[in-house]
Write a protein that binds this ligand. Structure first.
Ligand code: AMP
Length: 204
């Protein structure tokens, strides 16, 4: 049964349009906010590895126990662990029509694992959106978010580590997708609505 707002035309649109997307960008670039909006608009799940890991930590699962020291230090959880997490999540039926990945891939190795996983499912990534925000703005945004969210890893020394790691890992990652013609660079400055409409136009 189709629910309200799921007309046949919309479903057809979704099946032919771009619906398998990853958002890249430094911590604090607005990936979470934009990924959630985009996923809502496309009617596909928003898959955020950071949120999945924080849930696992809070629930005290084996994954959470393993991941916790990395999250606390702002270090990357090992690629293999992330590969397993994402594979399990994209395999779920709600991700069949598509997904918006947020916070993954973060390394070239993760990109290669993700490409292989999605290829095996016959549902390869279609676009990778790079949200670009200058470093001065990032620090300000994270300071504001830290004051609101009580995320332990928004403490300034941990933020510095997360930014350092991003700047090392990001160039080979973006190059991987640029060379495949999948990368879309978006100016992440401005209001949430402004950035969202830039993303929408770029994916249209
Ligand atoms: P985020 O919410 O995306 O900023 O992620 C918060 C933390 O979760 C990161 O600082 C890492 O410790 C961990 N994490 C999230 N996604 C990944 C990933 N794709 N690879 C490695 N670690 C990750």
């Amino acid at each position: 049964m189709m629910g309200p707002g799921n007309s046949q035309a919309e479903l057809e649109d979704r099946s032919t349009g771009v619906s398998r997307i990853a958002l890249l960008g430094p911590p604090g670039a607005g990936k979470g906010t934009q990924a959630s909006r985009l996923a809502g608009r496309l009617g596909v799940p928003h898959i955020a590895t950071g949120a999945l890991l924080r849930q696992a930590v809070a629930a005290g699962t084996p994954l959470g126990l393993l991941a916790r020291p990395y999250l606390d230090a702002g270090e990357l959880v090992p690629d293999r662990v992330i590969g397993d997490l994402v594979r399990a999540r994209v395999r779920r039926p709600d991700a069949e029509p598509g997904f918006v990945l947020d916070g993954v891939p973060r390394t070239l190795r993760q990109a290669e694992m993700l490409d292989a996983t999605l290829l095996a499912f016959g549902r390869p990534l279609q676009r990778v959106v790079l949200l670009q925000v200058p470093p001065s703005e990032i620090l300000e945004r994270i300071a504001r978010r830290g004051a609101r969210s009580h995320r332990g890893d928004d403490r300034s020394e941990v933020v510095e580590n997360r930014l350092r790691i991003y700047h090392v890992a990001a160039p080979p990652l973006t190059e991987h997708y640029r060379s495949r013609g999948m990368l879309v660079s978006i100016d992440g400055m401005g209001t949430v609505d402004e950035v969202a409409s830039r993303i929408e136009q770029a994916l249209a």
